[in-house]
Structure formats: C-alpha cells, structure tokens
Write a protein that binds this ligand. Structure first.
Ligand code: OAD
Length: 252
C-alpha cells in the first residue's frame, strides 16, 4: 500500500478500504466543491486555470462590488450561467445520487452554485453558497428561480421594481439562515465524511472536516491535489472525482 507521511494514496487497496468504510456507514455526508464539476468543463476558483486567477473576487463577488457596478457583476454571472447551461453532470455527480439512493441517511453539502447536483438527481442539497439559477430582490427580498440564458435584460429586476441579484453567497456575507447548523448536525451524526473537489480554504465549509474528525467519523478526501485536509484525512485519494467516486460507491 502506498503511504507517504501518514497519507494514503490512490491505489486499489486504498480505494477498497475507503469503499468498505462507505459501504458499512449508516450515515454518510458528502461535502463537495468546484472540483466535482471540473470534469463537466466548469472552471474551478483556485489553481492555475482557476477563476480567481483571472478575475478579482472583490470586483465580482462581494456586496460592495454589486453596489458599485451591478451590470458588471451580472455580466460575469451571465457568462458563468452560459457556461454552466452547456455543461452536463458527470460520473462524480451521478455516483453521489447512487449513494443517496442506497443510504438511509445521506446528506449532500455543496459549496457549488452550478446546480449540477440537482440536474444529476440529488434531492436534498445543502447549498452553502446559494444557487446561480435563483435570483433575489435587493429591496423586497423575494427570491425565485430563473434559468433563462441569456437573461433578457441586465441587470434584472424584481416585480416590485427592485434590483435583483444572483441568489448566491458573496465574500463577507453570512450563509443562508440555519443551513450551516443543519450541515453541522449531519456531520456530527455521520460515520463517513467524503470531502470532494474542494481546496478546503473557505470557511465555514472547511470547518466541517475537523468537526467530523472530532465526532469520530472517517474522513475520505478525493482531490488530484494535496489540500489542508489531506494530512488530517483518514484516507486522501489523489484522483479525479469522476473516476474515483463511482468506484467508492460501487456495490459488492
Ligand atoms: P477551489 O477552486 O478552491 O478548489 C477546487 C478543488 O478541486 C481544488 O483543490 C482542485 O485540486 C480540485 N479538483 C480539480 N479538478 C478535480 C477533479 N476532477 N476531481 C476532484 N477534484 C478536483 O473550489 P472550492 O473549494 O469549491 O465561494 O472553493 C470554495 C469557494 O471559494 C467557492 O464556493 C467560491 C470560491 O470563492 C464563493 O464564491 C463564496
């Protein structure tokens, strides 16, 4: 078995061990990040091809940026909506649907706003950072789904006349009410936490990993790169989620 500084690598025996942990756990939580959608052709945020390498988050993903130039922010979201609309869920998204169908207690927590988990068939999803396919009024706070690509007019407005924004969480904003408590509750009850395709640098999402460890759950990471989670994980599989997740959820 390949092992380096206490960290397990991706090989058949390690994947099999992780598969057994997943198989025998009554309660499983999956925490996903941008990496799970990478194989669908959606760029991640960090890394050499990442969005934050080409764009400055403070100009596009903060409430201050939106107040300054709503049209510019909307143009960026419009571009991302166009990109995502052309993408299809991949084998990684589908494997999590299989796991949901097989487990009595399964919770999917995602930092992604792209909606590919929904399109794959995942049902109850804790979307910590919101949903790019929903809009929210900055005046009356109404929120609604809108999948039109492109949107007919930028920036879009609410029926009440107020300016609408993407229903996503920007830097400096709180997560949707009560959602993180629900995520913590699920993690505390789980025997396995799968940490998939996230750089684990953004909080509070990243704090679910030490919480899982403290609650006695096995932490299984899937990521082609090393992250801050890797050394603490019970098993860190270096590979792509579209390859590894179907193997992890495969029945006997
Ligand atoms: P990041 O872009 O920070 O990290 C993506 C991770 O996916 C990296 O660790 C990659 O190595 C990994 N990865 C790439 N391809 C993969 C593949 N095929 N299979 C598995 N993993 C792969 O994205 P997040 O961690 O999701 O927040 O970022 C967290 C938050 O930061 C985002 O939700 C967003 C961003 O700023 C907001 O916009 C509020």
């Amino acid at each position: 078995m390949a092992q380096e500084a206490g960290r397990l690598h991706y090989n058949g025996a390690v994947v099999e061990q992780a598969r057994q942990w997943v198989r025998s756990a009554p309660a499983v939580v999956a925490l996903t990040g941008a990496g799970i959608s990478a194989e669908s052709g959606i760029p991640t945020f960090r890394g050499s091809d990442g969005l934050w390498n080409q764009y400055r988050p403070e100009e596009l993903a903060t409430p201050e940026a939106f107040a300054r130039d709503p049209r510019l922010v909307w143009e960026w979201y419009q571009w991302r909506r166009e990109l995502i609309a052309k993408a299809e869920p991949n084998a990684g998204h589908r494997a999590l649907v299989e796991l949901q169908d097989r487990k009595k207690d399964f919770t999917l927590i995602t930092q992604n706003v792209d909606g590919l988990h929904d399109r794959a068939g995942s049902r109850r999803i804790l979307k910590l950072h919101g949903d790019i396919w929903r809009l929210r009024c900055t005046v009356c706070r109404a929120d609604w789904p809108d999948r039109r690509v492109p949107l007919p007019k930028l920036p879009p407005h609410c029926r009440c006349g107020g300016l609408a924004r993407p229903d996503v969480v920007w830097f400096g904003e709180p997560l949707p009410d009560g959602m993180f408590l629900e995520a913590e509750h699920a993690v505390r009850a789980a025997q396995v936490l799968l940490v998939i395709g996230t750089s684990a640098l953004v909080y509070p999402a990243a704090s679910l990993v030490p919480l899982a460890r403290a609650s006695g759950a096995k932490v299984i990471e899937i990521n082609p790169e090393e992250t801050p989670v890797s050394s603490a994980a019970d098993c860190s599989l270096r590979g792509r989620s579209g390859d590894l997740l179907p193997r992890l959820v495969a029945p006997d």
